[in-house]
Write a protein that binds this ligand. Structure first.
Ligand code: ZN
Length: 258
């Protein structure tokens, strides 16, 4: 899951702000990075704000605690009917108005933690700046120092946080840059285009509420299946593997510069 999906969860959690946590249920699961019983400390406190940084969601409470949620590939955040708790529910917060917030981890690839400082937590985990909060200046400075393959840097959460495999392809397609370009071969103009492309693609994806059907036809994700072609030049979309990740691009619009 990439930052647009997490942003959807953030907006959902934000609707619960101001509600007081009446009960906390934790269920046996390996996703807990903090002992389950510590989550009891949330009881009696209100949700203050929902934050997102990259692929992390953090729920801040009025007693200074942060519930940190990472969703892995298939995690979910839902309000549920507490009479029928869904399978794979790992953490369940019940509010004093009987509303609820459930973290459901189907494949248990995500994780949950409790922290007293989200910023410090991210620093300890060496998470890079959020891909939507980073300024153009910071981005240009960061990439001026980087080496290696472009797509790998976009996917590396310690370089820039929030972009995964699907949106990295989309961003590079819109910036018309080959996924295997060497970062140090990029001109200042290309880096600025790349920055703009990150902002535009993520914003559009968030507005589409990450539903692929609502994404514009100019997105490569809409054209990458079965003999799909580039909307700009009509070339056939090509699939390669970059660091063993499936990668789609237009060989005509995204030429490799050696
Ligand atoms: Zn093309």
């Amino acid at each position: 899951m990439e930052s647009p999906e997490i942003e959807k969860f953030r907006q959902f959690a934000q609707k619960k702000v101001g509600k007081k946590i009446k009960k906390v249920h934790t269920f046996d699961s390996r996703v807990f990075k903090t002992p389950r019983k510590k989550f009891e400390k949330l009881k009696g406190h209100k949700l203050k704000k929902a934050h997102r940084h990259g692929k992390y969601l953090a729920l801040e409470t009025d007693n200074g605690l942060w519930v940190i949620l990472h969703f892995g590939m298939t995690g979910k955040l839902r309000s549920i009917n507490i009479e029928k708790i869904p399978k794979h529910t790992t953490l369940l917060l019940i509010f004093d108005d009987e509303d609820s917030l459930a973290y459901i981890s189907t494949r248990q690839l995500g994780f949950l933690a409790l922290a007293t400082d989200f910023k410090k937590y991210l620093e300890d985990k060496k998470v890079g700046k959020d891909s939507q909060q980073i300024s153009e200046k910071q981005f240009l400075e960061l990439f001026a120092k980087k080496r290696g393959i472009l797509k790998n840097a976009l996917n590396n959460q310690s370089v820039i946080a929030g972009i995964g495999n699907i949106y990295a392809d989309e961003i590079l397609y819109h910036a018309q840059l080959h996924p295997q370009r060497k970062i140090n071969s990029l001109t200042q103009k290309e880096l600025k285009t790349l920055y703009r492309s990150i902002q535009d693609v993520l914003e559009i994806a968030i507005k589409a509420r990450t539903s692929f059907s609502r994404l514009p036809t100019t997105f490569i994700i809409k054209n990458r299946y079965r003999r799909g072609s580039c909307y700009r030049c009509k070339s056939k979309i090509k699939k390669i593997y970059v660091s063993s990740r499936p990668t789609y691009f237009c060989p005509q619009c995204q030429k490799k510069v050696i």
